[in-house]
Design a protein around this ligand. Sequence first.
Ligand SMILES: O=C(CCCl)NNC1=[NH+]CCN1
Length: 330
Amino acid sequence: DTGSAAAIPINEVDIAYVTPVTVGTPPQTLMLDLDTGSSDLWVFSSLTPSSQIRGQEIYTPTKSSTSQLLNGHTWSIRYGDGSSSRGTVFTDNFTIGGLEVKSQAVQTAQEVSSSFTQEQSLDGLVGLGFSTLNTVRPSSQLTFFDNARPNLDEEVFTADLKYHATGTYDFGFIDSKKHNGTITYTPVQPSPGYWTHSLSGYSVGSGAFQSSQISGISDTGTTLLYLPTAIVTAYYRQVQGAQNSQYYGGYVFPCASTLPTFTFGIEGARFTIPASYINYTRISPTSTTCYGGLQSSSGLGINIFGDVALKAAFVVFSGTNPPRIGFAPK
Ligand SMILES: O=C(CCCl)NNC1=[NH+]CCN1
């Protein structure tokens, strides 16, 4: 089997990408954020208080002839950005891009934090991290990828995220039309459950490449690129008027600034993030101050290769044994 579905930016700065999925019988369509930085599949639902819903589509298990309550099971998750949700669990038929998993654990939200309520075009998440991170108790549940894996033509899924445009998630195959040339693979450390791997180094603009092993996670559910402070300061030193703002919680700069590109290494390959991706957003609609797409990871305890980096490549998440991740130009 294979599947292929759109990755649609939910706003004009690509804060997150959503993918149409169907749950239940007859199919209920939701727009979910496929998130390689977590491993819970949860949805806004008929069990979510209406005070916490603002325009999201919901899953109503009682309207599905194939739903089953997973009795006595609950979940609760907090994400790296401080957002959170919790609730109960059903199993039901679940499809992404024509690829169906019967009896997928679908976690129904009974509470979501304010940032999820405010994100009107996001109806939930599909965790594509390793199932060891799943928070359902007393028995943890498998991700959509782990459930689909035995039926996939190839034990992979790929992410082709795009800047200010719709991209694709593919399951079970590598579409050679989506990348130019070689896919460079590097080992993944599957513990504790993120797609953890190293960069081989970086360069700022036309500067010399700095070889250094930078460990972090490739995370489609995180918007920006978070790297060690030393790298980030070296980048913004090249930007006139840039400063690390306590007030805005990161590096800001005049929107008219000329930003350098940022290049990261995967083994011997090099991937350059255009300056436009790093000129992320105005701090408010009429401001001439802009917030950077490259920020320090020092507050996170982990480096995160989020969408700002991933959209500069075609990325292969390979569930082979041992797992690995591949990057190709596109
Ligand atoms: O939580 C993380 C970072 C893990 Cl270190 N990524 N996934 C996500 N989903 C919603 C916000 N962020």
